[in-house]
Design a protein around this ligand. Structure first.
Ligand code: PEP
Length: 235
């Protein structure tokens, strides 16, 4: 199971260190990922199943790209897991499929783990599963789905940060369809809470969760990881 926390634009350097140290002291079996803001990167002393990654980056080693963060800057903090295609970057920050592909190919060339996010907006969901899947497959245009270090996160746009999670049936339907072509671990994201984690992890083809809001509290995030650990022992 993979349990990932996306801090988005939350936490500072001190609170991130506290959070990471707390999670790191818990001894979990699950694979844990934490994506803090760039300014909170630090020299973390992590156990191997816990990794800190970047929410974004500019696909260059280094160069003249004012305001951006290149790979050389990430390497300074041993960052080797990256979020790509998050809906807030696609829909709020206007990232095109073309620039997402550039990032994907760059991350792949650096052999980083890629957590690749896909998901439909509300108006597409309202048209039914066929439209949902054709929208989601279009988000794989130019993406090598056979990349070894890929994790796919299904995150419906209307469920992110809204408190409205997709139903278990909706999640299962999409994950089942993705599983027909994709071997990589499949996560669900979209208003996951401590109370909903177990049911979501019980979905066949669900290999974990990517969590925003409910993960920003270290105790809640640690409970989610504990649920994943217990779940693993039961199956
Ligand atoms: C996310 O940002 O990936 C996310 C799923 O956010 P939230 O849990 O707040 O919906």
């Amino acid at each position: 199971m993979i349990i990932a926390s996306n801090f988005k634009t939350n936490h500072n350097r001190v609170s991130t260190k506290e959070f990471v140290d707390f999670i790191n002291s818990q001894h979990f079996f699950s694979e844990v990922r934490i994506y803090p803001p760039f300014t909170a990167f630090d020299d973390f002393d992590l156990t191997p199943n816990i990794r800190v990654g970047a929410q974004n980056f500019y696909p260059v080693e280094k160069g003249s790209f004012t305001g951006e963060i290149g790979f050389e800057q990430l390497q300074e903090f041993d960052i080797d897991t990256l979020l790509i295609g998050h809906s807030e970057r696609r829909h709020i920050l206007g990232e095109s499929q073309e620039s997402i592909c550039e990032k994907y190919n760059f991350a792949k060339s650096k052999e980083c783990e890629i957590v690749y996010c896909v998901g439909e907006p509300k108006e597409i969901r309202e048209q039914g599963i066929e439209s949902v899947m054709s929208y989601i497959w279009s988000q794989f245009d130019g993406i090598d789905i056979d990349y070894d270090d890929l994790v796919v996160a299904y995150e419906p746009v209307w469920a992110i940060g809204t408190g409205l999670s997709a139903s278990l049936e909706d999640i299962q339907e999409v994950l089942d369809a993705l599983r027909l072509k994709i071997k990589a671990p499949l996560l669900y994201g979209g208003s996951v809470k401590v109370e909903t984690t177990k049911d979501i992890l019980c979905i066949e083809n669900c290999d974990g969760v990517l969590v925003g809001t409910a993960s920003w509290d270290k105790n809640s995030f640690s409970k989610m990881i504990e649920i994943a650990d217990n779940f693993k022992e039961q199956v």
